[in-house]
Write a protein that binds this ligand. Structure first.
Ligand code: PLP
Length: 404
C-alpha cells in the first residue's frame, strides 16, 4: 500500500482511464446468431422459443413449470396474483432489495411488511420474520441478496407451519444453491430476472418457476390478459374452434421470441458465467483480507451451506476507522473510474413508502448497514486486469482515508 499516492478526486492520476461499470451483460457472436435466426423465423412473439426457454430455465432450477414474463417485476406481480394476494393481506419481505419486490404486493392491494436482515449474510432474518407474522400474513418473500440464496428449507418449514405462500425473489441467484438444493426447487414460486446486469440476460425479462400446477395455470392466464382457450377454465360451452374467454383480469406481460432466443443461448453458458463470477469473488476475498484485518472494511459473508451466484460484491466500510464517510469514499472510488454503486436504499425509506406510513427505524440492521455499503464492479466479462484495477483502487482510497 502506498499511502502517498494522490487520489484522483484530489487531482491525482486515476487508477483507470475509462469507467468500469458495476455490472454488465456478456453477449457473444453465437448469442447474436441465435437471435438473428429467430428474427428470420415466422414467430417474433408467441412462438416456440418461449416454451424452449421456459423448459431450459425449469431444468436449471429444479422446477417442473416455468412461465416467462416481459420483466422480473411483471413476474413478481404474477406471483402475487397467483398467491391470491389482495387488500388486507400482509406479505413479509426484506427491506434490502429493489423496490419491485414490495411494489408487486402493492399492485395487488396487499400490504408489504418489512422484517430486518441478518447482519452477517444481509438476508431476511428468520427470527425477525417470526415476530412479524400476524393472522393477516399470507406470504413471505425472502430475497437472495447479492446472489447468496436464503436457507430455503428453513423458509419452507416456516411457510408450511404458518400456512404462508413462499415466494423467492431470486433475481440475483439463478444457478445458486443452498445445502445442495438448487434455487427454484424449494419455494412455491421463484422469480428470476433477466435484466442485463443479472446472471443471464434477455435484455428485459423475467420468469416464475414452480412445482404447483394451479399456480402455473394462473400465471399463464395472468400473462395474457386473463384469456384462456382451455375449456377447464371456461364458463359454459365452447362456441367453436376460434373461441376463447377472458375469465379474469390479466395483463399483456408476455416475453417475445427474440428475447427468449437470447435467453436460450445465454442459459447454455450459465455454468461458465457463474464460475467466472465465483473466481472474481475469490480474488476479491483474497485481495481484501488485509484491509479487513486492518479494520477498514468487512468482506461479504457467505453461509457455509450456500453456493452464491455472486451477482454483487458488497463491501461494508468500517466507518469508525475511516476519516471519511461512505459518500466521500464512494466519490473517491468513482473518480478512480470504478463504477461503484449502492445496493440498496432500504425500500421503505423512499418517499412513496413514507407517504404510506412507513417510518425510519423499522429495520435497524438494514438501515445501519446501508450506511456502510459500497458495491464494487463484478461481472463475468471483466478481465483479470479489471479485477486488479478494482482492488488497487479500493486499497488506494481506503489507505488514504484510514485513521492512523
Ligand atoms: C432486478 C430485480 C428485480 C426486478 O427485475 P426486473 O427484471 O428489472 O423487472 C426484482 N428484485 C430484485 C432483487 C432485483 O434485483
Amino acid at each position: 500500500m502506498n499511502q502517498l499516492e494522490k487520489l484522483a478526486i484530489h487531482g491525482g492520476k486515476p487508477i483507470r482511464n475509462s469507467l468500469l461499470s458495476y455490472g454488465s451483460q456478456w453477449v457473444t457472436e453465437e448469442d447474436i446468431a441465435t437471435v438473428v435466426e429467430t428474427m428470420q423465423s415466422p414467430f417474433l412473439t408467441q412462438g416456440p422459443r418461449i416454451a424452449e426457454f421456459e423448459s431450459r430455465v425449469a431444468e436449471e432450477s429444479g422446477a417442473q413449470y416455468a412461465v416467462a414474463f416481459c420483466n422480473g417485476t411483471a413476474a413478481l406481480h404474477g406471483a402475487m396474483f397467483a398467491a391470491g394476494i389482495e387488500k388486507g393481506d400482509e406479505v413479509i419481505t426484506s427491506p434490502l432489495t429493489f423496490a419491485a419486490t414490495s411494489n408487486s404486493v402493492l399492485y395487488q392491494g396487499g400490504t408489504p411488511v418489512f422484517s430486518d436482515i441478518n447482519p452477517q449474510t444481509y438476508l431476511l432474518d428468520l427470527e425477525a420474520v417470526h415476530t412479524s407474522i400476524t393472522p393477516r400474513t399470507k406470504a413471505v418473500v425472502p430475497v437472495d441478496f447479492s446472489g447468496q440464496p436464503v436457507n430455503m428449507q428453513a423458509f419452507r418449514a416456516l411457510a408450511d407451519k404458518h400456512g404462508l405462500v413462499y415466494i423467492q425473489d431470486a433475481a440475483h441467484s439463478l444457478g445458486a444453491s443452498y445445502d445442495g438444493k438448487v434455487v427454484g426447487s424449494v419455494a412455491d414460486m421463484t422469480m428470476f430476472s433477466f435484466h442485463p446486469v443479472k446472471p443471464v440476460t434477455t435484455a428485459e425479462g423475467g420468469i416464475i418457476v414452480t412445482n404447483n400446477e394451479e399456480y402455473y395455470e394462473k400465471l399463464l392466464r395472468f400473462r395474457s390478459h386473463g384469456i384462456t382457450k382451455d375449456s377447464r377454465w371456461m364458463e359454459g360451452d365452447s362456441e367453436g374452434p376460434w373461441y376463447y374467454q377472458m375469465v379474469e383480469l390479466g395483463y399483456n406481460y408476455r416475453m417475445t421470441d427474440i428475447q427468449a432466443a437470447l435467453g436460450v443461448a445465454q442459459i447454455g453458458r450459465l455454468p461458465e458465467l457463474l464460475s467466472r463470477r465465483n473466481e472474481i469473488a475469490q480474488q476479491y476475498d483474497r485481495a481484501f483480507a488485509g484491509l479487513e484485518h486492518a479494520g477498514l472494511l468487512w468482506r461479504p459473508t457467505v453461509d457455509k451451506q450456500a453456493m452464491s451466484g455472486w451477482h454483487l460484491y458488497v463491501l461494508s466500510l468500517n466507518l469508525e476507522n475511516l476519516k471519511a464517510g461512505r459518500r466521500e469514499v464512494y466519490e473517491a472510488l468513482q473518480a478512480e473510474n470504478l463504477g461503484v454503486n449502492v445496493h440498496y436504499i432500504p425500500v421503505y425509506l423512499h418517499p412513496y413508502y413514507k407517504k404510506l406510513g412507513y417510518t425510519k427505524g423499522i429495520c435497524p440492521q438494514a438501515e445501519k448497514l446501508y450506511e456502510t455499503f459500497i458495491t464494487i464492479p463484478l461481472f463475468p466479462k471483466m478481465s483479470d486486469e479489471d479485477v486488479k484495477d478494482v482492488t488497487a483502487a479500493v486499497e488506494k482510497v481506503l489507505s488514504f482515508f484510514a485513521r492512523s
